[in-house]
Design a protein around this ligand. Structure first.
Ligand code: FAD
Ligand code: SF4
Length: 332
């Protein structure tokens, strides 16, 4: 990697200052820097000023009240990964945070940065000389996508671990700018375009994430497959939230990451709600969900692992999660 390029660093003391500074031309939010700074060192972008959010009052707060759970955009992943109360109420979030990068990354990496991280591609997350030698690519500097040379869009994959866990649990995000505040369901923060994956303006700050109070008996979990077990982005990651009430499935939500340019909420999973939890349910549901996953994910050749392998792994992860959670809900 190259040395960091020159940039101005601002450290606002409150939200008003932060929003004013984020509205400056070329400005970019800085959380822990674990996604952004490697990209700067690869010469992928050159924002300035960087707005360090580390001093914002309340930005790293967690509140769990009658209205549900609120997680500040500045909460570190280490805090989420080690939160025992959260592990009981929202296990998928804790498991996803534990699965991000390594312990030193998680100490500084923030929830907001995880949700707003750039998409990834083996032809893009490379040094300047490597990309130059390959004629750059459509996402930056070139006119051809090396993954799909006939196409006109970028297929870099969204590879964040927290988004599917939060989406499966019904999360909404608050975006703030000088124009005001707006809330949107987390899955609407993303679009299926690897070169421009976030549906938010550059000056909008992801202030916090809100989750509804979980329905009675809700269990959730997150699993990912990766090349290096100790520390790696997901080749595929799946989160599932499920509840059983009086012997019937009362909630089912499944979300995926690592396979498309945006994290996906699996369509069709809610069709199982109301079914009686008997010996037939799990095998039927696993077969159907496996098919839904394989149909809805579209992994491309943006990693070193074959696309079809990632498709099959995503389906298998979802099926295993279902087995674990149906059993956990039935025992709970
Ligand atoms: C070796 C390595 C391994 C990694 N492995 C994983 C992994 O397994 N899973 C995974 O999910 N990630 C992984 N990452 C990526 C990164 O570490 C995490 O996604 C991390 O959570 C990013 O958070 P951050 O606070 O450091 O973000 P930053 O780098 O500070 O910011 C990332 C992006 O989000 C924007 N941003 C930050 N905060 C906000 C906000 N509040 N509002 C609006 N925009 C904001 C920034 O402007 C920037 O564009 C890895 C990174 C490295 C270097
Ligand atoms: S998917 Fe194509 S355009 Fe996007 S980063 Fe990879 S090579 Fe570039």
């Amino acid at each position: 990697m190259q040395p960091l390029p020159h940039f101005e660093l601002l450290r606002p003391a409150n939200l008003d200052q932060a929003l004013t500074q984020l509205a400056l031309p070329g400005a970019r939010a800085l959380g822990g820097g674990t996604d952004l700074l490697p990209n700067l060192r690869r010469g992928l972008e050159q924002p300035s000023p960087l707005i360090d959010l580390g001093d914002l009052p309340g930005f790293a707060d967690i509140d769990d009240g009658a209205q549900g759970l609120s997680l500040g955009g500045g909460v570190t992943l280490a805090r989420l990964a080690g939160d025992a109360a959260l592990a009981r109420s929202h296990a998928a979030i804790v498991q996803a945070a534990q699965a991000v990068a390594g312990p030193s990354h998680r100490t500084v990496a923030t929830l907001g940065g995880n949700l707003c991280q750039d998409t990834r591609c083996v032809f893009y997350n490379q040094s300047e000389w490597w990309r130059a030698a390959n004629g750059y690519c459509l996402k930056r500097g070139g006119d051809t996508c090396h993954v799909a040379p006939q196409g006109r869009r970028c297929h870099a994959a969204f590879s964040g671990d927290l988004a599917p866990a939060l989406m499966a649990l019904g999360a909404e995000v608050e975006l703030r700018s000088l124009r005001g505040a707006r809330w949107l369901p987390l899955h609407l923060l993303y679009r299926d375009d690897g070169a421009d994956a976030l549906c938010k303006a550059p000056d909008e700050l992801l202030l916090r994430v809100r989750l509804p109070a979980p329905p009675t008996g809700l269990v959730s979990a997150y699993r990912k497959a990766r090349v290096r077990g100790a520390m790696d982005f997901p080749l595929a990651g799946v989160a599932c939230a499920l509840a059983v009430d009086q012997g019937r499935l009362s909630h089912l939500s499944i979300a995926l990451t690592g396979t498309n340019s945006r994290p996906l909420l699996l369509e069709g999973s809610a069709d199982w709600i109301g079914r009686s939890v008997d010996a037939d349910l799990l095998p039927e549901m696993q077969a159907a969900v496996g098919k839904l996953v394989q149909k809805q994910v579209s992994p491309m050749r943006s990693t070193v692992t074959a696309s079809n392998h990632r498709r099959l792994v995503a389906a298998a992860l979802a099926q295993r999660l279902l087995a674990d959670l149906v059993q956990a809900a039935a025992c709970g």
